[in-house]
Design a binder for this molecule. Structure first.
Ligand code: NAD
Length: 258
């Protein structure tokens, strides 16, 4: 074991997009362990952040606890957990194959549950904190997003359940629900919807008050805050980081001057 005086953070899906931005931001405060499917991008982020890369396929039930145990075995502590890994496989309810439903629920919800469950005893020792990356899809639905939306609504409630049950130990748990963010996943969805990411983001954000998608750093900054002592009285919150889109009432769009 390499004992460290630095607090340790574990970020799932830390090799790309929002997770990589979170790892870079958290490396100012923590020794960061990034985990995900592909080792090459993880190693790039680990190198940039002076952290550690762990390859794991979180669609496999045993992998979630294993990444926690590998982190604790190596460093003897865990102070922060960011449950960020996620997938989306859009399909209408009428055509959604069972294996796709199960894969999205597994990676987006069951794995966060198993990872948190394994981490909580150590987080309680450190009075640590968890952030679960949910989505605007936790609150609003859209075509083809049943499994994704259910998994993200579940993520919000999972964070609230942990917040409630663990409050007296000092562990805090909060969710962050981004609107559109410019990442590999966002680009893929925009290309599927509109043929090109730029056109897609412009169309997707035309009714968003800020009229744009977020950059991954804008999500990472909120995660860093929620994990920090500055957020010591925040637990069980779902912070919507969405350029104001949750303010928009579909029934008022016709009168908004858009
Ligand atoms: P991304 O595709 O760049 O990142 C997803 C990460 O999850 C990748 O690093 C990937 O390796 C990891 N991952 C996926 N399946 C995995 C598995 N089986 N095992 C281990 N790791 C796995 O996309 P992103 O946009 O950065 O998404 C990060 C999170 O933010 C996701 O949970 C996503 O649902 C959420 N989110 C994204 C947006 C957006 O517009 N991009 C909006 C709201 C929420």
């Amino acid at each position: 074991m390499t004992q460290t005086d630095r607090p340790v953070a574990l970020v799932t899906g830390g090799g790309s997009g929002i997770g990589a931005a979170i790892a870079r931001t958290l490396s100012k405060d923590y020794l960061v362990v990034v985990c995900g499917r592909r080792i090459e991008p993880l190693e790039i982020v680990a190198h940039e952040t002076d952290g550690v890369a762990l390859q794991a396929d979180l669609s496999q039930p045993e992998a979630s606890a294993a990444i926690v145990h590998r982190t604790i075995d190596r460093f003897g502590r865990l102070d922060a957990l960011v449950l960020n890994a996620g997938i989306v496989e859009p399909a209408p309810v009428t055509d959604l194959p069972l294996d796709s439903w199960q894969r999205q629920i597994m990676v987006n919800l069951t794995s966060p549950f198993l990872t948190a469950q394994a981490a909580l005893p150590c987080l309680a020792q450190q009075k640590g904190a968890i952030v679960g990356i949910a989505s605007a899809a936790a609150r609003h639905t859209g075509a083809g997003l049943s499994a994704y939306g259910v998994s993200k609504a579940g993520m919000v409630r999972l964070m609230q359940s942990i917040a409630f049950e663990m409050a007296e130990t000092g562990v805090r748990a909060n969710a962050v629900s981004p609107g559109w963010v410019r990442t590999e996943m966002g680009d893929m969805e925009m290309t599927a919807l509109c043929g090109s990411p730029d056109q897609g983001y412009a169309q997707a954000t035309q009714h968003v008050p800020q009229r744009r998608a977020a950059q991954p750093d804008e999500i990472a900054a909120v995660v860093r805050f929620l994990l920090s002592p500055a957020a010591s009285f925040m637990t069980g919150a779902n912070v919507e980081v969405d350029g104001g889109s949750s303010l928009v009432d579909a029934g008022m769009l016709a009168f908004n001057g858009d």
